[in-house]
Design a binder for this molecule. Sequence first.
Ligand code: GAR
Length: 196
Amino acid sequence: MHNFRVIVLTSGMSRGSNLLAMDNYFKNHNLPIEILNVFYNRKEAPVANRAAEQGIEPIYFSTKDFALYEKNLLNICRQNKIDLIALAGFMLKLSSDFIKKFSKPILNIHPALLPEFGGKGMYGIRVHEAVLAAAKSVSGATVHLVNHQYDEGEIVLQRAVNIADCISPECIAEKVLKVEHEIYGEAVWKTLMKGK
Ligand code: GAR
């Protein structure tokens, strides 16, 4: 079987922990999936060095001119026959035009049990603050297909975690992140296999 080729998009001060967990999942399970590049839009983002150390080539592109960003991304995807794009800590919205032109699956990971605690402005620690304010005893992570609405595409994989003992958003974030790391690689594989 040929290698499936994946590009990961991050933004801001991305740590790249999901990128690395995903890559480890593919390697540990001997899956024919290669992460070709990780895109980042902030030069100081830790993800660039962490990816390079793991043998994944980081590519810096500013997102200030977002149309240009999407054009460059699409070119790279076409040149390299990319099968899937995975968003990991990517806080911007891809245009409907890009989604249509790419025409392959685009996945996102969200640090809550969608459809709750999703939508515009719901990202990172804000999600966990909202979960805490709603006094939830369970949260979790969701991998879903990306469409033109924030966090509203079809759910591919979701896993819950007990957060009853958490009294801070950081505590919830830590527990949810562990779950994110468990499910993202599996969700990518599941999506690629579905297309076969
Ligand atoms: C993750 O918790 C991810 O779920 C979240 O950003 C973090 C990135 O961490 N994404 C969103 O909130 C998207 N709405 P990482 O850089 O260590 O992978």
